[in-house]
Design a protein around this ligand. Sequence first.
Ligand code: EPZ
Length: 420
Amino acid sequence: MAKYIIEKSGPLHGEVEISGSKNAVLPIMAAALLAEGECEIMDVPALRDVDVMCKLLESIGSKVEEDYENNTVKIKTERIVEEEAPYELVQRMRASILTMGPLLAKTGHARVALPGGCPIGARPIDLHLKGFQALGAEIERGHGYVEAHAKKLIGAKIYLDFPSVGATENIMMAAGLAEGITIIENAAEEPEIVDLANFMNKMGAKVKGAGTDTIRIEGVPSLHGTKHAVIPDRIETGTFMLAAAITRGNVLIKNVVSDHVKPVIAKLIECGVVIEDTDEGIRVRGDLHPLVAADIKTMPYPGFPTDMQPLFMAFLSTVKGPSVVVETVFENRFMHVGELNRMSADIKIEGRSAVVPGERLLQGAQVICTDLRAGAAMVLAGFMADGTTELSEIYHLDRGYSLFSKKFRSLGANIQRVSE
Ligand code: EPZ
């Protein structure tokens, strides 16, 4: 198992290029199952999760060509031989359940291992299944799997109790080949939903309203192959913005859509960070003013993103004044607090809130990645800690960030990957 050895770093300086979005490319790869013909997806990030999705599509019957040199994946599905997402792949990557909607739409059947819990919460899929049932599917559960059968999918009006990203995506993909009109109300509005809708419409689908809370899909008989470049990763963008802020650095972040990180920009400005939106990208300067605390509360998009909560908490541990962090999206997304407290952050959890005292001189320690974004938070904390930080279980980071330590070293950070 590998680990990161992190020494006090910064202020970070220079420029970094953001890769394609993990949370956009995974549903888009699943949606390629819907096409008669080849889909070519560009700006694909080199991630462990992308590899797992390629393996899953191959096990279903797709021909997959990964060209990491050119960040491109070609997917062609002439025959579906297996309508199943097996446990060993679902367990490694929860987004495997995003093949359920396309399989149901293409073959009338899908069998997917129920995703186990994960460090940040139970993460049920009841809203996905409610959507499939509304479209006419029969749902059966048993032996850790869930199956959906439908002779034909018929468009329906579906209200999501919670604006679930995955449920919105799965239902949108199933409805793409259903008969008639589907309306998804209280839909998720994340940029990744818009990117998926754009991809589907390029395949000949008729999706309107993506990016709002009401999405209208008019089913069509078939979809054809297409080419599509994935949007930049807004969470990787936020990660490097926070790295510049926590180290009081001056970093230009390129290949970004600043609209997608508006809530993070607003919060950093509230803390005294200077953000310049330039033609080349976003310049983040944590070196111009003393940085102060601000409270955060995670919300579905366009609110403050839950995926940035652990990283922002690490940052708040180093600024002047106390702050309160409220996590409203996942019920257990404070696993990083224990690890930050091993570095003397002195954070106290009270239900869904965490009180961050701030102004802490963090101390290097042996810590672990409890999940992908918690791991990123520990890296940022390590850049500010006195002494060495040893971060293990970094396979979580390999799932969601490409060239992670290399990009940080190019900004002057002291981070090395070693085998344990
Ligand atoms: C997506 O997960 C992202 N993953 C997550 O990013 C992100 O944190 C999350 O959206 C919220 O923005 C991908 O896109 C691959 P949800 P998803 O369904 O779709 C509850 C990362 O680090 N819920 O919007 O699983 C659920 O329990 C990952 O990149 C139900 O109750 O998120 C949670 O509390 C982490 N029933 C809330 O909704 C359901 O059927 C949000 O989940 C589905 C979800």
